[in-house]
Write a protein that binds this ligand. Structure first.
Ligand SMILES: [Zn+2]
Length: 517
């Protein structure tokens, strides 16, 4: 990308002299399955291994241009270099009749390198005057990159505030697997979910799971419409035929876990133990979902006993009537369901509050750290409630023939973004955990699960870190074990292949009560 010639060019020249040796953006090392062999497994991520040197990055030699992405293998332009967002304050309004979204995003950011220019991620929308610390900034657009050149270069470590006024009709983001996300219109409003890359479809974000932040989301809608966001409802005020719902999530949240789903909802508040609950249900789904939603406090208690204290301030659910979406998602504190969930779908999305939302992957190919864990959570729930044991479920799946969906892609190496939510990531991922349980025994296994949560809560993780913890706790060399389960394509050779398929109805993790993410 050429250096912009602008009124700030002189400033850039000065900066260039100052930033030689400036830190490159932190990037996770690409996962090398070969690293998993033997006891040399390291839980630490090699620093900046995947980042090209400063001088070879766009604008690098002129210095201080934040990279347009953070080198995620599946979504290279998602997220941005040089910035660490601390807090988002989104003041928005939406009219379902016109589908128009407008408002202002205020981001409090810390510079992690000197910055002559930096990017946010935002798709489409018309912009008002963007300011940095109250001073208008120069703006360019390049696809999903919103390039912001502040009047003065920002120094590494400096805190600054960016204000982005914007308006337009949000367009859902279509993923490589064909599914839609972002701000997706429904009959009576919109269902808002973002995994993995929907956030820039409705607000300017540093759209990487590595940059968690706190959020305030205020949404003004026509009277009679309810807007449901993450965290606690701070206020609900009405004036002039419109209602403003203000939500605050004060725990760290990755951009892909945000929501402000809106429509006609019946709301029930209560408690799950000491945790306040807020459950919003589309009236068309009320009867079908009531028996399952009644068990939400019991599920939270079950998961707390199993994994550790619930990570957030509030819990709940949003049950929409959204065939446009076609799946459920673990939006933080309130998973979103496209229809009345069945018992295991609710349990699955709640378990993601521990594994996924609180303990979050560093890069998308490690998605089994979310989906394998949530699927295994379904198995242990069933086991502890008088149903099929996890061992029985494992044995059942182990009979799947070699050409089954179950074996490819291997869960630790999905290969491409279109495979992010492949059935094998879920079921073979869960089998990996059950195999680990049977190999190291229940006491060590549950210690691993609990420590994994306790030690990485609100942070980001990688598969080698999980392998290292399992080895440390079990005092076993598990390199070959994890290599076979997570990275080797096809049915593992040590499982007998008698060619007898499992009864089909229970195969895919995502069938039944709706697809699960
Ligand atoms: Zn899931």
């Amino acid at each position: 990308m050429p250096i912009r010639s602008s009124v700030y060019a002189a400033c850039a020249v000065v900066v260039a002299a100052l930033v030689v040796g400036a830190a490159a953006p932190v990037a996770a090392a690409p996962l090398d399955p070969a690293d998993l062999g033997g006891s040399a497994v390291s839980g630490t991520v090699a620093p900046v291994a995947a980042a090209p040197p400063e001088a070879t990055r766009p604008g690098g030699r002129s210095g201080a241009v934040g990279a347009p992405g953070v080198d995620d293998p599946f979504f290279p332009l998602a997220g941005n270099g040089g910035i660490d967002v601390q807090d988002y304050d989104l003041r928005l309004s939406y009219n379902p009749a016109t589908d128009r979204l407008e408002g202002t995003a205020t981001l409090r950011i810390v510079a992690t390198q000197d910055l002559r220019r930096f990017d946010l991620d935002l798709r489409k929308f018309t912009l008002g005057t963007v300011t940095v610390d109250g001073v208008p900034a120069a703006i360019t657009r390049d696809g999903q990159e919103l390039q912001i050149t502040p009047k003065r270069t920002l120094r590494k470590g400096a805190a600054f505030t960016v204000v982005v006024p914007y308006a337009g009709v949000p367009e859902p983001v279509v993923d490589p697997d064909g599914s839609s996300e972002g701000f997706v219109p429904t009959k009576d409003g919109a269902v808002v979910v973002n995994e993995p890359q929907g956030s820039p479809g409705w607000y300017p974000a540093n759209d990487t799971p590595r940059d968690k932040a706190t959020y305030t989301i205020a949404m003004t809608v026509p009277a009679g419409v309810t807007a449901v966001g993450n965290g606690a409802l701070v206020s609900q005020t009405s004036a002039g035929g419109r209602t403003t719902f203000t939500w605050r999530e004060r725990f760290p949240m990755a951009p892909y876990l945000t929501t402000i789903t809106l429509g006609k909802f019946g709301v029930t508040t209560g408690r799950a133990g000491s945790i306040p609950t807020y459950v919003a249900v589309d009236p068309t789904q009320a009867a079908a979902s009531a028996p399952v939603l009644r068990r939400l406090p019991e599920m939270v208690a079950f998961l707390q006993d199993l994994y550790g204290p619930y990570p957030f301030e509030t819990v709940g659910a949003i049950v929409d009537n959204a065939p446009e979406l076609g799946y459920a998602l673990e939006t933080q504190t309130k998973p979103v369901f496209d229809r009345a969930p069945d018992e295991l779908t609710l349990l699955h999305e709640l378990s993601h509050q521990w594994y996924g939302d609180a303990v979050t992957l560093r890069q998308w190919p490690d998605i089994w750290l979310h989906e394998g864990f949530a699927t295994w959570s379904e198995w242990i729930w069933t086991e502890r409630h008088g149903g099929q044991t996890a061992a029985q479920r494992f044995a059942e799946l182990a009979q799947e023939p070699g050409n089954s969906y179950l074996w490819n892609p291997p869960p630790g190496d999905p290969g491409e973004a279109a495979n992010l939510f492949a059935g094998s990531v879920y079921d073979r991922g869960a089998m990996t955990l059950q195999a680990l349980r049977e190999k190291i025994g229940d006491p060590a296994f549950f210690t691993v699960m609990r420590r994994w949560y306790a030690e990485h809560k609100y942070g980001n993780v990688s598969t080698p870190e999980f392998v290292a913890l399992a080895q440390q706790v079990s005092q076993q060399d598990l390199g070959a074990f994890f290599k076979a389960w997570l990275y080797t394509p096809g049915k593992p050779a040590f499982l007998a292949d008698d060619g007898a398929p499992v009864a089909s109805a229970r195969l895919a993790a995502s069938e039944g009560g709706g697809r699960r993410r």
